[in-house]
Design a protein around this ligand. Sequence first.
Ligand SMILES: NC(=O)c1ccc[n+]([C@@H]2O[C@H](COP(=O)([O-])OP(=O)(O)OC[C@H]3O[C@@H](n4cnc5c(N)ncnc54)[C@H](OP(=O)(O)O)[C@@H]3O)[C@@H](O)[C@H]2O)c1
Length: 245
Amino acid sequence: MPIEGKTVAITGAGRGIGRATALHLAARGARLVLGARSEMELAAVADEIVSSGGEAVFHITDVVNRSDLEALVALACERFGRLDVIVNNAGIGPLSRFDSLRVDDWDAMIDVNLRGALYGIGAALPVFDRQQQGHVVNVVSTAGLKIVPTMGVYAATKNALRTATEALRQESGAHLRITEVSPGFIDTGFADASITDPQIRAAIVRRKEELAISPDAIARAIAFAIEQPDDVEVGSIVVRPTAQD
Ligand SMILES: NC(=O)c1ccc[n+]([C@@H]2O[C@H](COP(=O)([O-])OP(=O)(O)OC[C@H]3O[C@@H](n4cnc5c(N)ncnc54)[C@H](OP(=O)(O)O)[C@@H]3O)[C@@H](O)[C@H]2O)c1
């Protein structure tokens, strides 16, 4: 069981896709290092894992702070002796039209979705280099594959991360695996958590209720990438509802 015994750090692990991935990997024997800003949510996920016989620790992490990612990776090394996988999953999507000029939301998406993932990569690479083994999983989005109105800046941050992921893949040698995962509409609180425009939020929530699929689908996709043999790199996975256009 290649997932068993692996140490996996996940950002945005308190709810949604991050939580589902943490629970799925823990059930398959991985040791989890959970990061997000909400201590209550992180503690609940860690408790759920530990009370089911798994192993999990958490660190309050705001991915806009480089030092928080360094501390998350350091926690993995202290508690479990190594880090096998970092899942850069934390993300926000305060969607809006450009002419509503929600410039602070644009900045926040760049900071969390792009800069935050880059900080995760930067924190993990020295450990992966030392171990001569590691795996970076970046959560992007189908919003970057089919570009639609209101998702311009969000899609731009996800596609910037996609571009960086491909360059990292080419730079990385035989010891490092790089995976990008593009979820479609997933049934999480993502829209409620971050969309500040009430009309757009209502439209996205309606769409989600029509067709969204469980975050477990993304957890299984991430597990698939991790469980491959070390010389097999799953580069890109797109998982969307069958009904999504
Ligand atoms: N749901 C979808 O339909 C969908 C589709 C495509 C891609 N995605 C991507 O999937 C990822 C997860 O989304 P989700 O649907 O699971 O969203 P979610 O339910 O809103 O969960 C987001 C997670 O990220 C954390 N987070 C947000 N800002 C953070 C920050 N600055 N630092 C650290 N953690 C932060 C949140 O915790 P705190 O608020 O406590 O920090 C939470 O744990 C995101 O990257 C998103 O862009 C989602």
